[in-house]
Design a protein around this ligand. Structure first.
Ligand code: IVH
Length: 692
């Protein structure tokens, strides 16, 4: 195995096919070692697949150059000699991949052709779990061995380790066959992975050193299973799904894969619930689209969909080639990780002054979109990941989550690189940045920083605050940079006719904007309070505050005790609100807003509804059919409930519509908060009860 770090692909390709094959073999061998032996891959699976595909493509056009030791001909990677070898009586094969609809159809066409005049077979579809394949062996119903796949013929004995996995039964029911080998995937739940990293941070903090974070659930699962000390495996809380049989002696007559899975489930083995048998390749393609859109709704990762000819007799007829069966294919979903060059690290200032480091990247396609910037979250994250300008980095974009830099590819780090330092001053206003002890974020605390002024005005005009149409980021930018507006009250004394002097404004736009600003004066007090960005006062608290006091003067005249007595508030919020209203610039701002004629009273509360959700917290995520986002919140609030933007232990239920936020779903899942659909939500509004 190569121990040197070769380049990862494109640079310096040699001319002839034989030379390129030799180079690809060396590069693939290096990465295979990191992946299979060290459980510490340097590049994403997609990059590895790309190298392998290039090799296969050259070999296809130059078959004379294929050797038996080519990575295209062998399954997986080699064994690690520290575990006892286990010869697989029935080899553990790999799967061929399909990237896209056409390759899927080509595979099914080939299968249909081989089956000659038989009707198109049914296809069993299931998730391709992102973990580590293992084979479990039960004799007379007792778990006697667990082995990794290894090179497909000989794997490693990890019996003691698999015994620590809660999903894996040690004993099967009395009617289990004399010998049963079952194959499946050991994986780590996302919630277990996140909990593990939280623990890593706690341990590091206690020891006063930077934390070493685990990169992703797959590598962590693989590394955790192959621990010499099985008690470490036990701590890592691994899970298991089974999907295939190995040797079976004295088992039942099974005719289909679907039946096999049902039988395995009846023996108490964990079978995934999302498997389906489908009648055509078109139905399979639809199912793939469905699963892809649900990719982030589950508490585990999957990187594809496995399609298997369901009938076991037809499987036997189709057989296998050297590496994989002809009766199955792995449809790979677009990779969510890719490598690219980190050009530079910059800091952006958010609307509240938060300074966030982000990476400027050589554009790369990941998670189905082109990415050229990715967040680095905060100063500590840059330090923990030690990413530097000039590094080749792994970028991840999962679903609608913003792209992030996972870490550097150390083996190709330039010799002259040096650690990146967080800037001392705000890149917008030049004032010093401030980081308070114990807080991860760094802030520009200059109240007059143009970015913050813009941020406050944008927030004030936003939909759930004063909802000022036509204002938009570009106009706010222009007004602030031209000195026309320096706080939200200035919007109401803006000389609209003067705007015609700017090229981007015509009469129509000016009129629309004037009307929109005028209309905003009628927004109820709750919206105004939310729009003012009072610390601790989000949308829900703003509404509560407006309802509790009824008017702006009621709030400005309230004592800390009055404020603390508001349902759900307490001392911290009360003090924050009290302080904010007593700041001299706030007093001036409020005076000018009142003088401009803004509404300073709360909206009439809808009391016609039965208070079915009195005191309850219900969170909504994703798009519902029968409610707008505001409408759903209104329906909850008018029944006495609250509907904040995030899930906590106090949440009664999470209502999910189309494309819900993955973080809310996984938080609800791990906090044991019931997740309900729209129909159950309607029933909940009516009765105050969750489905049983
Ligand atoms: S079937 C002979 N089904 O993918 C067929 N494999 O790339 C054996 N995998 O080695 C595999 N989910 O580690 C099968 N539902 C699934 C799977 C699955 C994940 C893994 C497995 C396999 C690899 C092939």
């Amino acid at each position: 195995m190569s121990s040197e770090s070769p380049d990862t692909g494109d640079v310096g390709k040699p001319d002839g096919p034989a030379a390129r094959i030799a180079q690809l073999k060396a590069v693939i061998a290096y990465h295979a070692e990191r992946y299979y032996e060290l459980d510490d891959p340097e590049i994403p699976d997609a990059d590895y697949d790309k190298l392998l595909r290039e090799l296969i493509e050259i070999e296809r056009t130059h078959p004379d150059l294929i050797t038996t030791d080519s990575p295209s001909q062998v399954v997986g990677g080699p064994r690690n000699e520290t575990f006892a070898p286990v010869a697989h009586e029935m080899p553990m094969m790999s799967l061929h991949n399909a990237f896209g609809r056409e390759e899927l159809s080509a595979w099914s066409d080939r299968a249909v052709k081989r089956l000659e005049d038989r009707p198109v077979p049914a296809f069993a579809t299931e998730l391709k779990f992102d973990g580590l394949a293992i084979s479990l062996r039960y004799e007379d119903g007792i778990l006697v061995q667990g082995a990794t796949r290894g090179d497909g013929r000989v794997g490693e004995d990890v019996t003691r380790n698999v015994m620590t996995i809660a999903d894996i039964p040690h004993r099967l029911p009395a009617d289990a066959p004399r010998v049963l080998e079952v194959r499946g995937e050991v994986y780590m739940r996302i919630s277990a992975f996140q909990a593990l990293n939280v623990r890593q941070v706690e341990l590091a903090e206690a020891a006063g050193r930077p934390p070493k974070l685990f990169i992703n659930p797959r590598n962590t699962a693989a590394g955790s299973l192959r621990q010499k000390d099985a008690s470490i495996t036990a701590e890592r809380k691994l899970s298991f799904f089974c999907y295939q049989l190995g040797v079976v002696d004295n088992g039942p007559e099974l005719t289909s894969h679907t039946q096999t899975l049902e039988w395995l489930g009846s023996l108490g083995l964990p079978v995934n619930e999302h498997s389906l048998s489908l009648a055509s390749v078109e139905a399979v393609a639809d199912r793939i689209v469905e699963l892809e859109s649900a990719r982030h709704d589950f508490d585990y990762e999957f990187d594809g969909v496995v399609i298997k000819v369901d009938d076991l007799g037809l499987q036997a007829e189709l057989g296998a080639d050297a590496k994989a069966p002809r009766w199955a294919i792995a449809y790979k979903l677009p990779p969510e990780e890719a490598t690219t060059t980190l050009i530079d690290i910059e800091v952006s200032i958010g609307p509240s002054g938060q300074a966030t480091p982000f990476a400027r990247l050589e554009t790369v396609r990941v998670g189905g979109v082109d990415v050229s910037t990715a967040t680095l979250h905060n100063q500590d994250q840059v330090a923990v990941k030690d990413v530097r300008p000039g590094d080749t980095v792994i970028v991840r974009r999962a679903g609608d989550v913003i792209p992030e830099v996972v870490g550097p590819v150390m083996s190709v780090r330039p010799d002259d690189s040096s650690p990146w330092r967080f800037p001392k001053d705000c890149p917008v206003c030049g004032q010093p940045l401030v980081r308070t002890d114990g807080v991860a974020a760094t802030f520009c605390v200059n109240f007059h920083c143009p970015r913050q002024i813009r941020g406050r005005i944008e927030h004030f005009a936003s939909r759930y605050a004063m909802d000022i149409e036509w204002l938009g980021e570009k106009n706010v930018d222009l007004f602030v940079s031209e000195g026309l507006v320096s706080d939200v009250a200035d919007l109401y004394s803006l000389d609209f006719d003067k705007l015609l002097e700017f090229e981007r404004f015509g009469q129509k736009l000016v009129d629309n904007l004037r009307d929109a600003v005028e209309a905003s004066k009628t927004r109820p007090l709750g919206n105004l309070l939310f729009g003012l960005r009072i610390p601790e006062i989000g949308q829900v608290n703003a509404q509560t505050l407006a309802e509790a006091f009824g008017s702006l003067t009621g709030i400005t005249g309230a004592s800390v005790e009055d404020l603390a007595a508001v349902d759900g508030f307490g001392d911290v919020i009360a003090q924050s609100v009290h302080n904010w209203f007593r700041r001299p610039d706030t007093v001036d701002l409020i005076d000018r807003l009142v003088a401009a004629g803004l509404t300073t009273t709360a909206a009439e509360r809808d009391t016609s509804q039965l208070q079915t959700l009195a005191g309850q917290v219900v969170v909504v995520s994703g798009t519902l059919d029968g409610f707008t986002r505001d409408g759903a919140r209104e329906a909850i609030v008018s029944r006495g409930g609250k509907s904040p933007g995030s899930v906590s232990k106090k949440t009664m239920a999470l209502v999910v519509g189309a494309e819900p936020g993955a973080s809310k779903v996984s938080k609800a899942d791990s906090a044991g908060v019931p997740i309900i659909d729209e129909a159950a939500f309607m029933a909940l509004l009516d009765t105050g009860r969750l489905p049983t």
